[in-house]
Design a protein around this ligand. Structure first.
Ligand code: FMN
Length: 178
């Protein structure tokens, strides 16, 4: 099972996240949990989240980038669900060996993440905390799918990213059953 943890504060107003999600929604073996729909008051059901993670072989984190980080509910989810003795530390091997695919969307386009762009630094500089979160829990970090310029990419470019996401999940699903 591939579990997509979708963290968008305004799912109905999303352009990029909605296109990506639409491309994989309904794929066999794919379960989507939209955190802001499930927990609008931030009261995360840790047991349900952990049970969903245990069912999954691959975990996808799909979200917009807010202040170079995941939105606050996903951060809150990390803090509660990836618990000591469950996800890391002694006895904390629940996620060990599972694959992790990160799918962030950014407002900044590729030029924005260059020395002369508004974000000044390459986007790669902001990957480490999330990658290491996955690795700290023993997960296998897959090459991420990064969607830059979420508001400015053409419909065709966005659709191509969505198709890439769909193809990756299908390939992951196939490799898991072989
Ligand atoms: C509070 C806030 C913070 C943001 N911070 C960043 C940022 O640090 N870097 C960036 O490239 N875009 C930033 N953005 C833009 C979002 O990443 C962008 O709107 C989102 O990826 C678009 O996805 P959507 O079409 O699914 O809403 C921010 C947007 C908001 C509302």
């Amino acid at each position: 099972m591939i579990l997509v943890i979708y963290a968008h504060p305004y799912p109905k107003h999303s352009r990029a996240g909605r296109a990506l999600l639409a491309a994989v929604d309904g794929l066999p073996g794919v379960e989507v949990r939209s955190l802001y729909d499930l927990y609008p008051d931030f009261d995360i059901d840790t047991a349900s989240e952990q049970a969903a993670l245990l069912r999954a072989e691959t975990i996808v984190w799909l979200h917009p980038i807010y202040w170079y980080s995941p939105p606050s509910l996903l951060k809150h989810w990390f803090e509660n669900v990836l618990a000591r003795g469950w996800a890391y530390s002694e006895g904390g091997d629940a996620l060990k060996g599972k694959r992790c695919l990160w799918v962030p969307t950014t407002g900044g386009d590729e030029a924005a993440y260059t020395p002369n762009g508004i974000h000044e630094q390459p986007f790669e500089n902001f990957i480490a905390p999330i990658e290491q979160t996955a690795r700290f829990c023993g997960m296998q970090w897959l090459p991420p799918i990064i969607v830059h310029g979420a508001h400015v990419v053409s419909d065709e470019q966005l659709q191509a990213k969505a198709e890439e996401f769909r193809a990756r999940l299908i390939a992951i699903g196939r490799s898991a059953t072989q």
